[in-house]
Design a protein. Sequence first.
Length: 279
Amino acid sequence: MKTYKLNRLFNRNSGNCFDVAIDHGFFNEHSFLSGIENIQKAVSILVDAGPDAIQLTVGQAQYLQAIPGKEKPALVLRTDVANVYGKELPRTLFSRMIADPVEQAVRLDAACVVVNLFSIPGEPEVTDQCIQNILKIKPLCERYAMPLMVEPLVFRPNTQAGGYMVDGDPQKIIPLVRQGVELGADIIKADPTDNVNDYHRIIEIAGNIPVLVRGGGKATDREILERTYGLMKQGARGIVYGRNVIQHQDPPGMTKALMAIVHQGASAAEAATLIGIKH
């Protein structure tokens, strides 16, 4: 029965998925709220643009699920809240799971739940909390036939990078992705490697588990389109982008451009025409 929900996430023709993440308010960072201050408006814009899924929290899922009709994107429900993204980290870091996460997902008619698996230099306790979260939610996902998306995320040292800066070293991403698979992920949501051409190694280590690529920090249109095209050619099954869509001056146009790459195999240059830029 889990397959039935996965069918709502992955496009019937391409077999791929574009999930737009706007669950950033969960993490108590002011900069994350740019473009989603009015969450109802943001959801409405994205629904009209038509991605495969929208990633939301328990408090904001209402704005997607209250929309009538069956054509709206599927809901991916964020199930954990953390305080690890600031430029200055607090004295104690945490990653906490919401109560009854899968039952809440079922009541909200979610097609998938997502949970983090952090690797932060010098903070093994946070990794331990993430593993405990996954160990708790996995049996519940099996009981309710709810797909589990695990998000392995390798951080650079905060003193070196300062807030929400990921490490694209495949030597660090590969073991964490494999750990996520071993813990029972049905979908992996992983960062891009520094060299896009290395991404086939992430796909390989995940085996038959589909890999969706995170968008990470804000980048130029050209960078995003070229990187997305390269990642799809490396074997990714889709993308999970947030700020590079919702903070864009033309979110519907950027969504359509990325959908063209993910579902139609369009080149970066072809996709660029959908947002009115010369590539």
